[in-house]
Design a protein around this ligand. Sequence first.
Ligand code: HMG
Ligand code: MG
Length: 302
Amino acid sequence: GLPARVRIHEVGARDGLQNEKAVVPTEVKAEFIHRLAVAGLTTIEATSFVHPKWVPQLADAEQLFPMLGDIADDGDVALPVLVPNERGLDRALALGARRIAVFGSATETFAARNLNRTVDESLAMFEPVVARAKAGGAHVRGYLSMCFGDPWEGAVPVAQVVRVAKALMDLGCDELSLGDTIGVATPGHVQALLSALNEEGIATGTIGVHFHDTYGQALSNTLAALQHGVSTVDASAGGLGGCPYARSATGNLATEDLVWMLEGLGIHTGVDLAELTATSVWLAAQLGRPSPSRTVRALSHE
Ligand code: HMG
Ligand code: MG
């Protein structure tokens, strides 16, 4: 059966804005995140503590994160941040981050392009990050990219994904997010991967799904995952997104499209859809182009 409630892991401010050609002013990012919290989102990925030359769009993490202190202090909203290595962890912990995410790859090509490492070298890079974060009481998410297909390597075998997923969980990650970085997954593939992970001892309750909507499959894939029992779903407000190091990655599943479906299914999210849509319309005006989300367009009569 379907879960009674779904926790939406909002990635627009990170996965979305990291892919904008123009650098969005820090004040706009801060207002965006505040508005997402007002709209009822409770897990809002804020930024990344990565190398500023690799992702210049998020080079203002030191300025942005302290501007979210009121949200962090409130305690009801979590503000996870991406951290690739110990240098990133030091930067995040210095600002009081309580939730971090490391991000591995199921394929060698993407590991090289995104992290300048082999798959196993990146796992070695994450090991002290996860250990230190856990020792300090932080929550750790392990992203796994290219779980279905890779723009350079093609279809990715399930066994290859399972191996790296297990390795991430063995490091001590609390949660695993399955990334369909370039949006090529289809529902049967999603359920096959979830079953294979379960068979290797990774419980559905620790798994989140992270779909990009390149081929228009993100919502179908999400429903397939919900039917499998998954209750953590990544989405980005307005369908912002992509990955600067993955050719052909477009926006994430739009949070509004997700909320529309979940409301129709009677699944609780706590999100105020009108407030969220207004936020995406406002951000689209800041970015100078309309939101690709069908639900945003329908509800805002664009
Ligand atoms: P590298 O060039 O191998 O770095 O990059 P290094 O370890 O050799 O260090 C070189 C220099 O960079 C050193 O400085 C370090 O201190 C500095 P020097 O001693 O030479 O003066 N440095 C840093 N500075 C600031 N912050 C840091 C940091 N790390 C090193 N954290 C590295 C390796 C991992 C740093 C680089 O490849 C990187 O930053 N990659 C991030 C790429 C990224 O953010 N991609 C997007 C996120 S992933 C994604 O979008 C997918 C996802 O959405 C899921 C899905 O859809 O599949 C999550
Ligand atoms: Mg992504």
